[in-house]
Design a binder for this molecule. Structure first.
Ligand code: 8X3
Length: 253
């Protein structure tokens, strides 16, 4: 396959979907992962008809190690040379203090944001090391740089992503594999709806009265990172709304 291949997790919505669209428009073939196959199928149809690229769908839940292993071992040979790994799948579940926290929420976040990212990386990185070529982009969060009230476990999971990005960068550099971490502030996606367990009204309030970031802004940052010359790596990007100078301050109109 002449075009490079990107494997994107959590590609059925939000930042993951925006990255899929942007990369497709730049001629990158895509392996798209998410749990929701119907959404992935729709996206595949749309992107293949609009761009000269091919898409392979890899539906599974990144929390389930055995599902990942089965799905990835079934990837056809001509799709195996994955050049870009976009570790995007992640979520916040709940926003409340730790001493009253919901353990199921915690497990969901740790299992997806940390363990899922590790499972996928453990399977895909050996090929990059062997080929001495590749680029991992970890989508983290401003919550991986700053701790805020009631963010506790979500922040901890994103601090873990930050540590893993730094560690991967050190370990993969001798193998010519790049690692970039992107840490966005408030991006309006399904993020807050998921965080508030489906309470759309509460989620909408998060983005009221200021210009939040769009998923496309983060896709733009990701494409910038992967399109630099081989000699140059973007280690990390902290991408914030202009109205959100730090995690805890939003200047609303
Ligand atoms: C999402 C941004 O500010 O809610 O990761 O932590 S924030």
């Amino acid at each position: 396959m002449p075009n490079k291949i990107a494997f994107i997790t959590g590609a059925s919505s939000g930042i993951g979907m925006a990255i899929a669209k942007r990369f497709a428009s730049e001629g990158i073939n895509l392996i798209l992962n998410a749990r929701r196959l119907d959404r992935l199928e729709k996206l595949k149809l749309e992107l293949e008809s609009e761009n000269q690229i091919k898409i392979l769908l890899c539906p599974f839940d990144i929390r389930h190690k055995s599902e990942i292993e089965t799905a990835i071992s079934a990837i056809p040979d001509d799709w195996k040379d994955i050049y870009y790994l976009i570790n995007n799948a992640g979520l916040a579940s709940g926003l409340g203090n730790l001493h009253e926290g919901d353990i199921e929420d915690w497990e969901k976040m740790i299992d997806t944001n940390v363990k899922g990212l590790l499972y996928i990386s453990r399977i895909i990185l050996p090929g990059m090391v062997e080929r001495k070529a590749g680029h991992v982009v970890n989508i983290s969060s401003i919550a991986g740089k700053e701790v805020y009230a009631n963010g506790n476990v979500y922040c901890a999971s994103k601090f873990a992503v930050d540590a893993l990005s730094r560690g991967m960068r050190i370990e993969l550099s001798p193998h010519n594999v790049k690692v970039t971490s992107i840490n966005p502030g408030a991006v309006e996606t399904e993020f807050s709806i998921v965080r508030f367990h489906g309470d759309k009204e509460r989620a909408d309030k998060v983005y009221e009265g200021f210009d939040n970031l769009l998923a496309e802004d983060i896709a733009d940052a990701a494409y910038y990172a992967i399109s630099r010359p081989q000699r140059m790596n973007i280690n990390e990007m902290i991408v914030m709304p202009t109205a959100q100078p730090v995690a805890t301050i939003i200047n609303r109109r």
